[in-house]
Design a protein around this ligand. Structure first.
Ligand code: BGC
Length: 235
């Protein structure tokens, strides 16, 4: 333990389908280090991904606790789904396993939930979607998270899910123009369903969005996926 709370440094980890990223945050959530990234190991089994995190953590200097954004459903530190990683994650106690390796307390939540925590205003109904390998989603009501919203695997159109229609593999296949048209439809559909006050669009492919967005829809930088890590320790 550290005596001075202000000196607590949090290692924030974002596990993605294509990259694993880390950064150290101060108590206010401000980055203290340069973000480090490595390719997600293939096959993306728990031990290999944990090795990658431990390797990256060694480049970040001192830290006292760890926050992880994971690309699947997470309950009590245990990962329940991992469509874009590996089936070995189903029922895996990531918080305990990583805590043993790093010798620090670890908290884990869904990656889109973590990105949302780094982006929202805390007022009204706020929806976050992330465009990357997968399609992530997070919902907040007056700043309170409704955990593990899995819009990505919900049917969107033509018998396909949001992730099948808008994930990175499809973007590469159909091209930016078609993908952007689909995204426009997805936003309209989500607006009708959630009647959100704000919609935030993040993830590695958000930079490829080129449609006109309503004033209550914002593109958020990918770094917010890591910045949200501080919110996991707000109790
Ligand atoms: C997963 C979500 C995740 C999203 C983005 C989806 O395939 O089911 O839990 O948030 O990908 O990584």
């Amino acid at each position: 333990m550290v005596e001075n709370n202000g000196a607590i440094r949090t290692l924030s980890v974002d596990i993605g389908g294509s990259g694993v990223k880390v950064i150290v945050l101060d108590i206010t959530g401000k980055p203290l280090t340069q973000r480090a990234r490595t390719e997600t190991p293939q096959p993306a089994k728990p031990e290999a991904v944990i090795d990658a995190i431990v390797g990256l953590a060694a480049t970040q200097g001192e830290f006292h606790r760890v926050s992880v954004g994971f690309p699947g459903v997470v309950r009590g530190g245990v990962t329940e789904t991992a469509v874009n990683l590996n089936p070995d994650w189903i029922g895996f106690d990531l918080a305990t396993a990583l805590s043993k390796r790093l010798n620090k307390p670890v908290r884990v939540i869904n990656d889109a939930d973590m990105q949302g925590l780094g982006s929202i205003s805390g007022k009204g109904v706020e929806l976050v979607i992330t465009l990357g390998t997968g399609f992530g989603s997070a919902l907040f009501v007056d700043g309170k998270l409704v955990p593990n919203l899995e819009m990505g695997h919900h049917e969107f159109r033509k018998g396909e899910t949001y992730e099948e229609q808008l994930g990175r593999a499809t973007l590469e296949k159909v091209g930016e123009k078609k993908w952007n048209r689909r995204l426009e439809r997805a936003i309209a559909s989500l607006e009708h369903l959630f009647n959100y006050d704000y919609l935030y669009i993040g993830g590695g492919e958000a930079v490829r969005v080129n449609i006109e967005l309503a004033p209550n829809v914002k593109i958020i930088p990918n770094i917010t996926g890591l910045l949200g890590g501080i919110a996991l320790w707000k109790d």
